[in-house]
Design a binder for this molecule. Structure first.
Ligand code: UDP
Length: 374
């Protein structure tokens, strides 16, 4: 056998596995279907701006080890995410905090805000939140649900809030303080020079083949016979040729515009929370790095991406797993098949069908390779 491990996919999970296994002295080959490394955290430098090609990624974690680990490859900046919600031209601070409540209701104190939320919760008759709608109303009341959550969520997921699991909205903090940091995490930031740099450093000295689709039968046969083990980070249903049916994903399409102005929206992320605007948000990439290029100079132009969400079809890029009951049950069936697959380890967002944050991916990959006995 030529390799100890073939790693399918050069995203964050695959790159960490490759790095760590190489460090353990294993012979590793990474195969990537796309023409570049990095998976969905890939950033592409255009006019001095690192464009998040597959959507905005902001690294955040409470885990000291994970933070030290990634910073060991590339220093991170001090970017703090605080998106602005745009509801038909009315701007609101996110995540939901005292600035949001003040703009929505004119309230000034946390007590006044709590009183309104409690009143709306009682009026909506929500006791135990069984779905996203009830969860949202119980957290922030009906006004905020109607203006800032309902339209946005329906656009992002293509489903009614009543038909979505409540955990999706639990990602968003609700604060009775004037703190508009989107994440509660201890550490937060973006790799200086972009995410691609992080992946490049992880893959330093590792053999990587781009533009190779492992799942093509002729490739699979060829590579399977050249390695003892496979780490597969692609979609689990695609691995089994969708034999039990396709898992559902949401896909995202980006319309990029390069503009000859220095500042389009004054913030990296603006969410369009009404249901009429066809896109969910506009990303202005330069603000992830404070509008500066790698030498610290102000960038005179800007690049924006309008993000459109759509239902995924076989053959398209899959982004968000739709972790509702139906899909989770189907995933469990695929997982049972995967467990029977000798010498193949399934890991990462697509192979585990999980709405992962990046820090959790790092943690999972590190735990997996540390405990590997192959
Ligand atoms: N959400 C919302 N309004 C917003 C932002 C988020 O209703 O302005 C809800 C929506 O249901 C979304 C979820 O919160 O799916 C998680 O949003 P987040 O921005 O964390 O998702 P991601 O950045 O992973 O796309």
């Amino acid at each position: 056998m030529k390799y100890d491990f073939i790693i399918v996919g050069a995203g964050l999970y695959g790159a960490i596995c490759a790095h760590e296994l190489k460090k353990q002295g294993k012979k590793v080959l990474v195969i990537e279907r796309r023409e570049h490394i990095g998976g969905n955290i890939y950033t592409e430098c255009r006019n001095g701006i690192n464009v998040h090609k597959y959507g905005a990624h902001i690294f955040h974690t409470n885990n000291n080890d994970v933070w030290d680990y990634v910073n060991g490859f590339v220093p991170f900046n001090r970017y703090t995410n605080s998106p602005v919600a745009n509801y038909k031209g009315e701007l609101y601070s996110l995540p939901f905090n005292m600035y949001t409540f003040n703009k929505m209701w004119g309230v000034v104190t946390p007590k006044e805000a709590m009183n309104i939320i409690n009143k709306q919760r009682v009026e909506a008759n929500v006791t135990e939140a069984k779905n996203l709608e009830e969860q949202a109303i119980s957290l922030v009341g009906t006004d905020i649900y109607e203006k800032l959550i309902k339209g946005y969520t329906m656009k992002q997921w293509g489903r009614e809030c009543k038909d979505l699991p409540s955990f999706i909205i639990k990602r968003l903090p609700v604060r009775m303080t004037f703190d508009n940091n989107y994440f509660n995490a201890l550490y937060q930031g973006i790799p200086i020079g972009g995410y691609t740099r992080l992946i490049e450093r992880l893959l330093e000295g590792v053999e990587v083949l781009l533009n190779v689709d492992y799942l093509k039968p002729e490739n699979k046969e060829k590579y399977d016979t050249s390695a003892i083990n496979v780490i597969y980070t692609g979609p689990i249903d695609a691995y089994f040729d969708y034999r039990l049916g396709a898992l559902e994903y949401r896909s995202v399409r980006f319309e990029d515009e390069e503009l000859d102005i220095p500042n389009y929206q004054g913030n990296a992320v603006m969410n369009y929370t009404d249901s009429e605007t066809p896109y969910t948000r506009i990303i202005e990439h330069k603000w992830f790095e404070f509008g500066k290029d790698v030498d610290g100079n102000d960038i005179p132009t800007t690049i924006i991406s309008k993000e459109y969400s759509s239902e995924w079809k076989v053959g398209e890029e899959s982004y968000y797993p739709v972790n509702d009951e139906k899909n989770n049950a189907l995933y469990a069936e695929y997982k049972a098949l995967a467990d029977k697959e000798k010498n193949v380890i399934f890991g990462g967002r697509l192979a585990e069908y999980k709405y992962y944050d990046m820090d959790a991916v790092v943690e999972k990959a590190l735990n997996m390779v540390v405990n590997i006995d192959r």
